[in-house]
Design a binder for this molecule. Sequence first.
Ligand SMILES: [Zn+2]
Length: 418
Amino acid sequence: MNEYGDNHEKTFPALPPAPGRGFAHTWWGHAWLRALEDSALDREQVKAGRRYARSGAVGAVSVRPGGLTAVVRDRDGTAHRTDVLVQEFTEAEWDRLLGLAAAESGYIAALLDREVPPELAEDAAAAGVELLPGIGELDPRCDCDEWDHCPHSAALCYQVARLLDRDPFVLLLLRGRGERELVAELEARSAAEAPESEEAPADAGIPAADAYAAAAALPPLPPPPGLPEAPGQPPTLDTETDSEAELDVDAVEFLAQAAANEAHRLLALALAPGHADRAPTAPLTTAEDAVRLTAEASDFRVRSRLAVATGRDRAAMDLAVRAWGFGGPPALAALEDDWAPDRATLARARAALAAAWADERAPVLRRLRARWSEADADRQLRLGREGRWWPYRREAARWIPAGPSAPDPASAWSALDT
Ligand SMILES: [Zn+2]
């Protein structure tokens, strides 16, 4: 079948360790890694794989149509045979891709220069041929018996991103055809397509006026996309280098994810029915936003940094997060804003307190500014500037938010009945 002899397998020697280097510098290398990073269920496995690849744990990589194989060594020396399978193109797909590539002399020249023109990938995609694997299309097999990507298969993918950067024909071999066969086929096709007379040079273009007029005939824009099921996942940024610049990579990753979460939440709000009728909410202050972020953060170091940056110790930040969970900015204000109501506000508050327990025994409360505490006991009501009542309970000499707010004192107090 294969008269060129390079169709079946090509082996690349192991690459030296690459401390601190990125794995993909080309757009196609990035796209390859995105297919790995976006589809792996466990990002820790992907990170571990990158460390493996960087430390030189991946042996020689064998590339053949439909798959990659390498031996990857654990730190203790245990060797794992790992494979990553990639779908081969069908004959019909190859025919379309080669037809496209042969029609533009620039495409062939670029490929021979070890470049993949983005336009070639776009033209191919428009013809239904995806040059680069998408999400879930790097299919791992490893003798460590992980069913999703494991550090070994992820390491192999990272290593291959380095190979792809240097030589995009690696990708085409995975898709089913070797370089020599491809180049011969492209040359044959482009010779057949070359214009035979001088009447219609291929790059004559069209008059500017025609091009301008054609712009008016563009199809309408597609409808905007709906709400994605989940917030997007930013790429991992961990490069394993000692941070020379004082950049906390975990913090940047956390912020990118938090921004994606917030964008998703805001889009959901904007697309929800009745959105246009709702009053706009005030943007959060930096101090409020730090508490919101801390409430989302699971990483201890990120939480600590946010606490320090906002001048709180850990206990104070824990309290702020607890308050935040009961109602966002006004709940946080009830915790930290020890304000003094004016006369009119006080009069309204007293009236509300007097009316609250009309039929029952009212607690005996003593006021300090906007806080009413039960005498010699551990329960308290706080009046917020927004006019709602917040229940608080004293534990270990500190006042702890005990529940969401209520418009009247008795309802808020009921959160304190144990
Ligand atoms: Zn494995």
